[in-house]
Design a protein around this ligand. Sequence first.
Ligand code: B12
Length: 219
Amino acid sequence: MKKVLDELQQAIENGETQIAMDKTKVALNQGLRTDTIIQTAINPAFKDLGQKMYDGEIYVTDVLMASRAAHAAMYVMEPILSKFSGATKGIVAIGTVAGDLHDIGKNLVIMMLQGSGYTVIDLGIDVPVETFVEAIRMHKPHVLALSSLLTTTLPELDNMMDALVEQGLRSQVKVIVGGAPVTAEYAGRIKADAYANDLFEATEAVGDLVNNRIGKYTI
Ligand code: B12
């Protein structure tokens, strides 16, 4: 079982889209759970790529190829992760903040939320504060979820919180923040309502926010 996960990780790192899809199918057929596949193959692939990128061993184009392969693997798992049918548990508007093009983690969070019964409005990547504000007015989400993968775009989270106050929207929506450089401490400082480290924590946190509960990841 470990073999197929190693092969999937390798296929993602090499940017081999078809192999990544095939290995994901094999892993699922072997009875491996989606969370095992994500935690044991997809996450380590990007940890490795991040290190290699940092060390200058690979280029952005290599990471883009890898991202495509990861998206393909996620596409295979999508029907399982998003198989909820029933009344919506709540509405979540989500996006990657302005200046930031990373969306692999955000998309995993979306799949998990959808699979857990939430209606998700995906605003995409590089989303300016104005677009988030517009979406809150239009869709009236229970939760606004903000993703930032770059330290340089972290201030966008802060800007967003300020905009919510300025636009009189702060009491209408709960805010959860996440992404590799975001910490619980940072989330507390900008007065967000929750911080989560991965897709599983994010889903638990959204449940607490929608139901006005204090939970492990609420602030
Ligand atoms: C893939 C990748 C890219 C791809 C992105 C493709 C895509 N479609 O997303 C490309 C090639 C485009 C890219 C570009 C760049 N990247 Co980049 N990239 C990465 C890499 C290798 C992996 C990120 C990833 O997808 N991880 C896998 C997913 C599953 O994990 P995740 O994103 O962390 O998401 C999880 C959690 O964070 C959380 N989460 C995420 N979002 C949210 C939101 C909420 C609300 C919640 C609750 C939780 C949550 O849940 C997710 C699932 O569990 C990281 C290194 C790393 N190890 O993180 C560098 C990294 C993020 N990139 C980096 C850099 C520097 C860049 C560039 C500036 C490089 C350049 N010189 O051009 C550009 C910036 C482009 C831009 N303006 O955004 C740096 C950032 C350094 C920093 N601290 O700011 C990193 C850390 C690499 C490094 N070690 O230097 N990158």
